[in-house]
Design a protein around this ligand. Structure first.
Ligand SMILES: NC(=O)c1ccc[n+]([C@@H]2O[C@H](COP(=O)([O-])OP(=O)(O)OC[C@H]3O[C@@H](n4cnc5c(N)ncnc54)[C@H](OP(=O)(O)O)[C@@H]3O)[C@@H](O)[C@H]2O)c1
Length: 194
């Protein structure tokens, strides 16, 4: 089985965005050191447009060959006329309202989200699956998540969109690594305890 990894940006207090999901305040921390790290260690998590700007257009995928997003997260791309925000990956979007995909690289998952993710995890591949978010889909897929990679920006939101839109349940993870950056950003990697 390959891994489903929730690679996500959040505030110190665990929010992935403001109450509407807007995380643009975190962009202030995308300085040269941190962008250099993202580009060299996680190039496939940089959206297509950003890859061109950062000289990553032809960068090899290092961790993932597939991405899953909820329609709420995908909508941010649609709103700026982008139908394939991660064209270097196989893209899946969970949605019951998008009748079909507007892009040949994007497959819409209308039902049995968990079952479809289990099928993707069972595929033979050296690379894993990136759970991009947002909150609702991450909450529904919590039981399927094998790894967390949490980029924590040194900001407190006080309120906002939680990392997991789910009810209370304790789920244990093992800390596997912490990387710190000069501007106060942390990247923590956790493996699921099974
Ligand atoms: N900080 C970060 O790293 C980060 C990363 C990603 C996203 N975000 C933020 O997260 C926000 C979006 O999060 P969100 O919680 O509002 O939305 P979301 O989880 O991205 O998407 C929710 C939508 O997914 C679809 N969906 C959910 N469960 C489904 C199922 N079982 N089967 C089929 N479709 C299903 C539904 O789409 P339909 O309504 O079309 O049926 C639902 O409205 C954005 O504002 C974005 O900025 C932040």
């Amino acid at each position: 089985m390959r891994k489903l990894t929730y690679f996500v940006a959040c505030s110190i207090d665990g929010f992935i965005g403001d109450p509407n999901g807007d995380a643009t305040s975190m962009f202030a921390y995308l300085d040269e050191e941190f962008l250099g790290y993202l580009g060299s260690a996680w190039p496939e998590t940089v959206a297509t447009q950003g890859r061109e700007q950062l000289g990553l257009k032809d960068a090899e995928n290092l961790h993932f060959d597939t991405v899953i997003q909820g329609r709420g997260s995908y909508q941010l791309a649609l709103d700026i006329g982008v139908t394939s925000p991660y064209g270097h990956l196989r893209e899946y979007v969970a949605s019951r309202s998008l009748e079909s995909s507007k892009d040949p690289n994007v497959t819409v998952i209308e039902d049995d989200l968990v079952g479809r993710i289990r099928e993707l995890k069972a595929e033979e591949s050296d690379l894993g699956i990136w759970l991009c978010g947002g909150s609702q889909v991450a909450g529904e897929l919590l039981d399927e998540i094998d790894e967390l990679v949490i980029k924590t920006y040194p900001q407190v939101y006080g309120a906002g969109m939680p990392m997991f839109g789910t009810g209370f349940a304790v789920t244990d993870f093992t800390l596997e690594g912490i990387r710190t950056f000069g501007n106060g950003v942390l990247v923590r990697t956790y493996a699921r305890k099974r």
